[in-house]
Structures are given as C-alpha cells and as structure tokens.
Ligand binder design. Sequence first.
Ligand SMILES: Cc1cc2nc3c(=O)[nH]c(=O)nc-3n(C[C@H](O)[C@H](O)[C@H](O)COP(=O)(O)OP(=O)(O)OC[C@H]3O[C@@H](n4cnc5c(N)ncnc54)[C@H](O)[C@@H]3O)c2cc1C
Length: 390
Amino acid sequence: MKQIVILGGGYAGLLCALTVRKFVYDNEAVVTLINRSPTHQLMTELHRLAAGNLPEQAVALSLTKLLKGKRVQLVTEEVTGIDTEQREVRTNGGDYSYDYLVIALGSQTAFYDIPGLEKHSLPLKSIHEANRIHAHIRQSLARYKKTRQQADATFIVGGGGLSGIEMMGEIADMLPKWCDEYHIEPVEVSLLVIEASPSILPGFPAELAARAMTSLERRGVECIVGVPIASYHYPVILLKNGQSIATHTLIWTGGIQGNPVVASSNIETQRGRAIVNPYLQSTSHNDIFVAGDSAICSQDNGLPLPPSAQLAWQMGEAVGYNLYAVMNDMPLQPFKPVIYGKLASLGRKDAVATLGKNDRQLKGLPASLMKEASKAKYLTHIRGLQAYLH
Ligand SMILES: Cc1cc2nc3c(=O)[nH]c(=O)nc-3n(C[C@H](O)[C@H](O)[C@H](O)COP(=O)(O)OP(=O)(O)OC[C@H]3O[C@@H](n4cnc5c(N)ncnc54)[C@H](O)[C@@H]3O)c2cc1C
C-alpha cells in the first residue's frame, strides 16, 4: 500500500486530495492531508473578513466536512520539515512516511528587510491576521474618539496589488458606517494606499488600474504610486521620497515569498518556491509534486505563472491525476494552465476585471457579479455549500 501525503489544505492541497481519490482506489494508497488548521481558508475573501463584511464561518470551511466520504485522512498539525532522504515529513505531532509527497503549503508575507515593517505592520495572509486587522481598526477608531490623535485615524495599505486594493475597497465602503458608530466625521479619517510600482494593480490593463484608482479616490482614498516604503519606525512611515506619515495602522500586502518549510528543504527552489517540471514534479525529486503558490512553474514565454487561487486549483487537480499516472506507470500529463481572467473587487459594489484570452474588460456591476460568480463556482466545485451547514 502506497502512502500519499499532501501538505497544505488550501486551494491546491484540497483539490489535489479530492482529485486523487477520483482515480486511486483505497487498496492502492492511503491519502493523508496535513494542514495546520482544521479549516480550508478562502484566501480570496480575507479582505472581507478583515473589514467585518463576512463572518468567519463564511471564509473558513471545515476540512472534515469537505473531505467527508472522500477517504482522505486529515491531520491537523504544523509541518516543520521534510526529510527527502528518509522520505518523511516532520510535524509538531510526529513523523509521516511517504512514497509520494505533494507540497501545497502556499506562500507567506515578504517584508523585504524594510526596517520596522515585520514588527509593526499587519499582514493579511490568514483568518487570524484578518481578524486581527478588524479588531485593530475598531480599537484605533475608538481611541481616536478619545484622543483625536491623527495616527489613530490614518489607515494605510502598503502594496497596491490585488489584495491591497481589495482590502482598501472594503475599508472605504465600511468607513461611513464605522464613523457613525464612533461619532467621527469621515473627513477626519485618512485612507492611503502606498504602491512602489508606477501604478496600482500591476498586471491589469492601464485603463482598469486608472478606473480602480478613480473609484477609490471618489470614496476618499489617496493612492501614492511609484514610491516605496523605506521604513516603519512606529508610528512613522518614511517613504523613499522623504515624505513621512504617522499611522498606527499599516496593513502590509506588498509581497509574498516561499513557505519556509519549502525553502529549508533540500529540494531545488528559487526564492523559497520549488521549481517544477511541466508535470509539476520537483526538478530535483521526482517523488515530490508541488502545486499552488509553493511552486514556481514557467509559462511558454519563460516567465513564472503568477501566484493565484485559480491556478492553485488547476495545479492541485493536475497533480491529483499525475499521482495516479505515476503510480500506474502511465504517461504524466503536462500542466496546461487556463487563465480565465483577472478580477479585483473595489468594495461591495464595484470591481474591475479582464476576461478570457482577449482580455475583455469589465467594470462596475458586471465585474462585481463576476467575482461573486467565480466564488459560487468554486464553492459548488468543492461542495463547499454543504460545509457551511452544521
Ligand atoms: C487577501 C487576498 C486576496 C486574494 N485574492 C485573490 C483573487 O481574487 N484571485 C486569485 O486568484 N488569487 C487571490 N489571492 C491569492 C490566492 O489566495 C493564493 O494564490 C492562493 O491561496 C494559493 O493557494 P495555495 O493552495 O497555494 O495556498 P493557500 O491557499 O495559502 O493554502 C496553503 C495551506 O497550507 C497551510 N500551511 C501553510 N504552512 C503550513 C505548515 N507549516 N504546516 C501545516 N499547514 C501549513 C495553510 O494553513 C493553508 O491552509 C489573494 C490572496 C490574498 C491574501
């Protein structure tokens, strides 16, 4: 009996587990999924949790329920290392032997050694961090009501990429409600996005990035672009152009790096992410597959695929099939990514999106509806709606 061990219960890990069981019989392999928490976290909805627009149960789905009847053993432990010689995974609860390993541990926030950033900023990469941001915003507003210190009423998002812009869109929408609650005038509150690239939403067409900026500015957000953050000596952010801003709230979404477990294993990596061949096998270890943000997978043009939930989902399914193929000495299928488009919500009622190969542009309500539709499609695919039911 072979042992298939899958590390990570995010988009890539869950879809891999569900797919492998469609092909591999119980008497051929034991499938074990190890995740640090008992839930499948919908990362693409974290900004809504952080703004208090969604309850935690809508963003953290029970893995036990999602895997019910799928013949996958769930282990809720922290992976601490991979011994590729012994073919063992180390966790805080024990060791797990594998014949085939799938690494789907996602990525983590990168702070780029910017002084003070890791210590004082608020990253947004987990349910815990999203809840922390929400509590922090409320505490700051409550404090401002008493002290009238501007640093308590200045909310900054560092990083104007997808997650940063989605986060600020939610904050801008919620601000009038919060101001009512804490008896503060909205004009007293400053909302800023700071982005090092020349534009927000890098990777989106310039017209949509400009549209997103106008949408945010209309709701009182100032976007500072083309200026990196030099340091955060709390409570003062210093920008590379010499400007300084005092704030007690810097939400940092400015970059990601590989998971440290991957970076510290002896498989071939680039900036902490595992390099994979067209079949999503580690280039140094063919008994290890890697999917999602943990993998660096090159496109035909030589550039790496961007980290995204839609690709993590597809990679997880591709690895699920290739595990079956490798176990049965069948030809492996090369991974063929399908990029359906890009979607950035700008709050509850606005969004920008590109669709399909021709990058058809959508703005406003149609794009917002697309965002909801893509979430519904995912939940239907993983039977996530059943996991909401208790
Ligand atoms: C706020 C935000 C908004 C985003 N919006 C979009 C979007 O709109 N569209 C889009 O395509 N992408 C979006 N992304 C990016 C997308 O979420 C990621 O690319 C995607 O989650 C990657 O999937 P994954 O399965 O590789 O990793 P993850 O979804 O991060 O899953 C990794 C899993 O591994 C677990 N894990 C990690 N380390 C350990 C360990 N040591 N031991 C045990 N378990 C561990 C984690 O708890 C997690 O369950 C967004 C990201 C963020 C943060």
